[in-house]
Design a protein around this ligand. Structure first.
Ligand SMILES: Nc1ncnc2c1ncn2[C@@H]1O[C@H](COP(=O)(O)OP(=O)(O)OP(=O)(O)O)[C@@H](O)[C@H]1O
Ligand SMILES: [Mg+2]
Length: 242
């Protein structure tokens, strides 16, 4: 069974058709990278999967469950998905370890001691052990974003959604965040990620998906999409990105 199955999803904002029939599946452990011009619908697609936006047509299955069914509790769905956005959104009044363990404790009901143990172990494994007792404003942007990623994987989500997680960072901080994404890939996370970092997409993606005007125009392995794009729109986009 697919981890994620997006079927014929449409989303309008007023007159504007932002998603115009998107079909996309992710298998377990697969890393899929969304590329495409600004406004092509990448973030909107991620937001429909996390039920921040309701689809106007089509449906989305998570682990076989139709999460777009109106009877579904959005919080129960979000508890199964890890999300990291462009802006780190850590709680400024909570230390790193408490930021990392909060959802595990409050949403998943994990006991405090158990959550702290798991949180510390993850922070240490992922190179942030020394920062556990710090407040977020004592961390660099790259470190804050890495903490946000650790927080997102604390409860072993079925799916990770990453939206432009490096685009608010100074260039010298981008590498450490991308390194962490590589580690998660090696650990077997299933990820759907939107990025403008083409070199990174090429390196980390199992599959690259090119979106244009709310549709998937082309998809394939990084070699297929970057080295031998089939669609003129893909060629034009990649030329602009070069
Ligand atoms: N809440 C909203 N209300 C109205 N229009 C919206 C809303 N969210 C997105 N849009 C519009 O939908 C279109 C797609 O936006 P989206 O953010 O999905 O693009 P994107 O591919 O993520 O772009 P970028 O690369 O700049 O992040 C844009 O034209 C945007 O203005
Ligand atoms: Mg976006």
């Amino acid at each position: 069974m697919s981890v994620l199955d997006v079927q014929g999803v449409r989303k309008d904002f007023g007159e504007q058709q932002v998603l115009r029939g998107v079909d996309l599946s992710l298998e377990r452990h697969e890393v899929v990278v969304l590329i495409g011009a600004s406004g092509s619908g990448k973030s909107t697609l991620l937001r429909t999967i996390n039920l921040i936006e309701r689809v106007d047509d089509g449906r989305i299955l998570l682990g076989g469950d139709d999460i777009t069914d109106p009877s579904v509790d959005p919080d129960a769905v979000r508890a199964r998905i890890g999300v990291v956005f462009q802006h780190f959104n850590l709680f400024p009044h909570l230390r790193v370890i408490d930021n990392v363990t909060l959802a595990a404790r409050k949403v998943h009901g994990v006991a405090k001691g158990v959550a702290r143990e798991r949180g510390m172990e993850l922070l240490e494994t992922l190179g942030l052990g020394a920062k556990a007792r710090e407040f977020p404003d004592r961390l660099s942007g790259g470190q804050q974003q890495r903490v946000a990623i650790v927080r997102a994987v604390m409860t072993d989500p079925e799916l990770l959604l990453l939206d432009e997680i490096t685009s608010a960072l100074d260039p010298q901080l981008v590498g450490e965040v991308l390194d962490l994404v590589r580690v998660l890939k090696d650990r077997g996370s299933t990820m759907l990620m939107a990025t403008h970092e083409m070199a990174f997409a090429r390196e980390v993606a199992d599959r690259v998906v090119f979106m244009q005007g709310g549709r998937i125009v082309e998809q394939g392995t990084p070699a297929q999409v970057f080295d031998a794009p089939q669609h003129p729109e893909t060629v034009r986009f990649l030329e602009r990105e070069r």
